[in-house]
Design a protein around this ligand. Structure first.
Ligand code: PLP
Length: 368
């Protein structure tokens, strides 16, 4: 294992836990294939480390946001094909065609351009039709689909391999979600009259345990793969934590009564206070929004409150109740004892935001 003794902050990534989470979904949905979403550094877990660990797991696609991420999947030596989830610039399409990556189709202009690139490079470009059933972000509107399927079939250098949509409020608005599901099912029925679609996918993490759409055969797994299910489900208990963020005490001092701590003195000691300085800050992804919210770290078996504002590289925590804390001691910043939901609530954001903020300065250490 990697030597972490000189790291101020690092993220331990458990790829075995990821495979376990994948197996939970496979048990619940044995007939569905999976796309593993690895965009944004695999939700902060580190893109290369994650795709290498998952490449041999019979996953159909690695979902990415950009052509740059797709190239990194390729350069990591993966056999699993990258799937670019959102729209691409015209200048990015040549790389998609030449590498055989999958792209989402939102318009006829894109289809025509991809078709001409397919002609140029003498290949069939595999695309998935994106259907906007309510997300309002990308895709064809369901009303435009009926006239379109035949047209798409006529492109000689396209292979329309799939059709998908994305739920916009699966965890919050069940009746709207059911309307999206019906809309997707109808679009799928219309498309299937003209096209053979081997991949049909709608649900991501907020849908997999709670909704079923007729005709689908693949799910897209982001958060659930990383141990966080956004909706209540009996299966949630089975998911394992995949990332633990650690940092070290860099300095230990006792500050006198009435001494300000950190910028603007939003915290002032109310007596002699044993303060540990810890080597993590918002430059590492420990959000500034956690300042003065009751945020805490887990150090030597107990919780220590963060005092005052989070700074770029350091935080200060109260260790007055602890004996024997020393520079070099390891604090858990996020993980089994400090769940990312806790940080999410305190920072008033969403879990994916907390986890994708872990910055490039933080080494990822992989365990399996
Ligand atoms: C990011 C993304 C996902 C993954 O969502 P999770 O809720 O994290 O599972 C799935 N599908 C699309 C289109 C996405 O952009």
């Amino acid at each position: 294992m990697q030597d972490t003794s000189l790291y101020r902050a690092w993220a331990e990534v458990d790829t075995g836990a990821m495979r376990h989470n994948l197996s939970v979904v496979r048990r619940v949905l044995p007939e569905h294939k999976q796309m593993a979403i690895v965009k944004a550094e695999a939700y902060g877990h580190g893109l290369e480390g994650v795709v290498k660990a998952l490449d041999g797991c019979d996953i159909e696609f690695f979902g990415v946001a950009t052509v740059g991420e797709a190239a990194r999947v390729r350069d990591a030596g993966c056999r699993t094909c990258p799937f670019i989830l959102g729209p691409c610039f015209p200048a990015e399409r040549e790389a998609i065609v030449q590498n055989g990556w999958r792209a989402a189709l939102s318009s006829l202009e894109e289809a025509e351009h991809f078709n001409s690139l397919g002609r140029l490079f003498d290949c069939k470009v595999k695309l998935h039709i994106s259907i906007d059933t309510g997300m309002g972000r990308a895709g064809l509107l369901p009303g435009d689909i009926p006239g379109l399927a035949e047209k798409l079939r006529s492109y000689e250098h396209l292979n329309i391999e799939g059709a998908f949509s994305h739920l916009s409020a699966a965890a919050d608005d069940i009746s709207f979600t059911h309307r999206q599901i019906r809309s997707y099912e109808r679009a799928l029925a219309v498309l299937s009259e003209q096209l053979v679609l081997p991949y049909r996918h709608l649900c991501s993490s907020s849908g997999v345990f709670n909704y079923r759409a007729a005709g689908t055969n693949m799910v897209r797994l982001g958060r659930i793969l990383y141990g966080y299910s956004p909706m209540p489900s009996p299966y949630n208990r089975e998911l394992r934590n995949t990332l633990t963020l650690y940092s070290r005490v860099t300095l230990l001092r006792t500050l006198p009564d009435n001494h300000g701590v950190s910028y603007n003195h939003t915290y002032i000691t109310t007596g002699p206070t044993k303060v540990a300085t810890i080597g993590i800050g918002f430059g590492d992804g420990y959000l500034h929004y956690l300042s003065n919210t009751g945020a805490r770290v887990y150090l030597n078996g107990s919780y220590c409150p963060v005092l005052g504002r989070v700074t770029m590289d350091q935080i200060m925590v109260d260790v007055s109740h602890l004996d024997g804390v020393r520079p070099g001691d390891v604090a858990e910043i996020m993980g089994p004892n400090v769940p990312w939901e806790e940080l999410t609530t305190r920072a008033r954001t969403i879990p994916s935001n907390v986890i994708t903020c872990i910055s490039g300065r933080v080494p990822r250490v992989y365990i399996d």
